[in-house]
Write a protein of this length. Structure first.
Ligand code: NAD
Length: 348
């Protein structure tokens, strides 16, 4: 099948394929849009079934970054790199440096950052060959570094807008939130919520992590297979994508779904399913932009941690706007957010 016929192809501006025989680096960099600025989005390191699967992932994820960056108000377009995990060529400095060279050849049209399978140490190796990289370790008070806590802050604020919208409540006192996944975002989110008086139920496949957090925040722990279906005011998926689908949606027991995980809907129609069930879904990319807001401030060198905080604070209002417009138009929230993002990137 030609790339232009793939369902994930959405008039991407460019798709670059790199193969460095010497190091074993293979990567695809998809640039969906540079309408608002350089295409920004992380690099994913993953073992794909074949190169088409990698291409589809790059196409899908780069479009997602266009939408996320546009809604976040960033002067950045959307792009994504996927670095092939190959058993014959384990991740090495040579591979990461070759990737840096590939990114450099795009002359700033694409800016990379960390994504699944990559670390900030990897970003430092990539940075030996290109300046178009963000998410490098930074000193306190500056923008940049680990995006998790920033993402959590944005999720907390966006969730607060959803609680106000659906439950008519100001803040989280007595609001019950179920969190799936206690990683870099989930833990920070749990702490924000607990500090604001929320009642928490949590789960992680790492039981020790869940137990430790439960001790610290007096949260209730359930098994990983139960958390999605916990009776709660808010369900916050902060682990995996595609958790909202034909099988899970009928069994959900929360009024609101608002979490950090990327691509929570398996398909766009799952947003319609949630609406039909009366569950208020907050589009993931509208909520989880705190991390990219932070790393782009580092990249553009335009603002310290305080400035990042101010930009992330706008997520609350943006989420409120999406939810209000969805009510007015009688549309699913994910469709409204996509439409708003497309208008911003000149594809309305
Ligand atoms: P992480 O890898 O630090 O944490 C994920 C946690 O989920 C881990 O503790 C893992 O054990 C747990 N987990 C995995 N499968 C689970 C399951 N079935 N049930 C319960 N727990 C499970 O990741 P993170 O950085 O905290 O990100 C969480 C999600 O948010 C991911 O989907 C990520 O793509 C998305 N996201 C993260 C950021 C960021 O800034 N880190 C930004 C945007 C989106």
């Amino acid at each position: 099948m030609s790339v232009f016929d793939l369902p994930a192809f959405d008039d991407h501006e460019a798709v670059h394929i790199f193969d460095d025989a010497k190091s074993g680096m293979r990567a695809i960099i998809a640039i969906h849009s540079t309408h608002l600025g350089p295409a920004a989005g992380g690099c994913r390191y993953h073992q794909y079934a074949d190169s088409e699967a990698a291409l589809v992932d790059a196409l899908r994820l780069s479009r997602g970054m266009s939408y996320k960056n546009a809604l976040a108000g960033l002067p950045a377009g959307g792009g994504k790199a996927v670095l092939f995990k190959r058993s014959a060529f384990p991740k090495s400095d040579a591979i990461l440096e070759a990737l840096g060279g590939a990114i450099s050849s795009l002359n700033g049209n694409y800016v990379t950052a960390e994504d699944i399978g990559m670390s900030d140490a990897d970003m430092e190796v990539i940075a030996r060959r290109t300046k178009h990289v963000s998410g490098l370790p930074v000193a306190g008070g500056k923008a940049g570094g680990n995006p998790g806590p920033w993402t959590a802050e944005g999720v907390f604020l966006g969730m607060r807008a959803a609680v106000r919208h659906r439950l008519g409540r100001e803040g989280f006192k007595g609001v019950h939130v179920a969190i799936q996944g206690l990683g870099s975002v989930g833990i920070a989110l749990a702490r924000h919520l607990a500090a604001d008086g929320a009642r928490l139920t949590v789960a992680d496949i790492d039981e020790a992590k869940a137990a430790q957090l439960a001790g610290e925040l007096r949260a209730h722990v359930v098994a990983p297979e139960e958390i999605l279906f916990t009776e709660a005011d808010v369900l916050a998926p902060c682990a995996l994508g595609a958790v909202l689908n034909e099988e899970t949606i009928p069994a959900l027991n929360a009024e609101i779904v608002a979490g950090a995980a990327n691509n929570q809907l398996r398909r766009p129609e799952d947003g319609d399913r949630l609406k039909e069930r009366g569950v208020l879904y907050v589009p993931d990319y509208a909520l989880n932009a705190g991390g990219i807001i932070n790393v782009m401030a580092e990249y553009f060198g335009d603002g310290d941690a305080e400035a990042v905080k101010t930009r992330i604070a706008k997520i609350e209002d943006r989420v409120a706007k999406i939810l209000t417009r969805a009510d007015q138009e009688g549309e699913a929230t994910n469709r409204v957010a996509d439409q708003m993002a497309r208008e911003l990137i000149g594809r309305g």
